[in-house]
Write a protein that binds this ligand. Sequence first.
Ligand SMILES: [Zn+2]
Length: 492
Amino acid sequence: MIDIKLTIIKLLNYALKYLDLRKEDLVYFYNVLSNILQIDINEYDFKKINIKQDDLYTIIDDLNDYINAKKLDIIFDEILSILTPTPSSVINKYNDLSIKSKKRAFNYLYHLQINNNYIKKRDIQKNIVVKDNLTNLNLVVTINLSKPEKSNKDIVKSLNISNDSYPKCVLCYENVGYFNKSKSIFKKDLRVVPLRLNKSDWFMQFSPYSYFYQHIVVIKKEHVPMAVDKNNISALLDFAKMYKFLFIGSNADIPIVGGSILNHEHFQGGNYTMPIMKAKIKKYDVFSNINKQIKSSLLSWPCTTFKFVSKSKKQLINFIDSFLQYYKNYSDEEINLISNNNHNTMTIITRYINNQFEVYTILRNNRTDDKHPNGIFHVDDTISFIKSEGIGLIEAMGLFILPGRLKNQLNECKYIIENPSNESEIIAKKPYLENFKPLIDSIKNKKYKNIEEYLIYACRKILFDINVFKYDKDDIHLNKFIDNFCKEKIHK
Ligand SMILES: [Zn+2]
């Protein structure tokens, strides 16, 4: 049996060191926690114990065992959230630190959210990461073991959820401190900091699943749908200049080509150099005859991406907005790129580096047809078994988040590859493995050396699949697209 009194003493020591617990509050929390955990106390026996951040996970496991054994109606996160500084004290400390250094303030919030287990560090460390040293794209493939998979159909469904639920969605500001057991929403440990972007109110929080280092979500205070437009381009640039050590990007604003949440405006970013940011330039000065103050280039990247660099925020906003409007109405039926009813949009990412803005615009189209019911510019059916969700901005930039189910499924494939004589027997027992036949066969046929190599090439293929100019041999149509824009602008 766990020595729960010792666990509480450890936890209080942990909170003193990692959660800004004040000495004056020790007796108070000793009593509060003992009461919640239904412990009889005969004396106050707090003592100093040397504790490390990683000790949190043994404390959590011990608390969990105790709670289960005692059948208490509480979850361990509640205990940690009680010990977390209140939202206002977090904001005050953040603002104080910001005066000296934005980065210090940012690191404070990041560590606080790891320390109170809002960021699931232990789970994230279990993720499987495959790095690409085969192609020149520097792709990163992660099998995410902490977050459930959502299909495009689920995402369309979530758009139709009635607006009278509370909070209106998982991103709403009203989630701070919210707990609903029946909906499995626990946000008592969430802390956010306010932001002013493009003259409106936003706030920033960390992603509990951290797809990459210091993964943040920047959310509009008002619950309004995602929109890729001039205002939000301006908000992105405001953020990039404020937080020069982070990139920030917006998902597309329509299903299939965007993220999983479309009903609340938000951006994602982090302290990480995405593969796309290391891509070479395919063509320089593509639009320099229209605007000489903006360096514009076409990237050497599987899905058509333009990169714009300038010191002038105003010039960039106006230029990118006009480019966005142009693309939104652009169609080229010969390559099946049809904008009908707003099927065209862009994924926009920016960062502020070497005293200038750098903006990446990835062209997207979400149309479906009889031949491609999941999307014409979507993951091809032959590899959808590794990824069926919409390809959002993180993937479009070359960092792939694959569903956790793959861990076991790929192990089963590995077993089949190593024991080919059992193949039909295993597949008969586990029919879903039928979908994995292309993977199994291509490794058996020595097209790929192993599963990791297959994953890298499959993810590279996904980037080609989502390319809106994918039916465009020799870039004839892409060049026409560029030339037409130049002509339009020059004539105006
Ligand atoms: Zn919302």
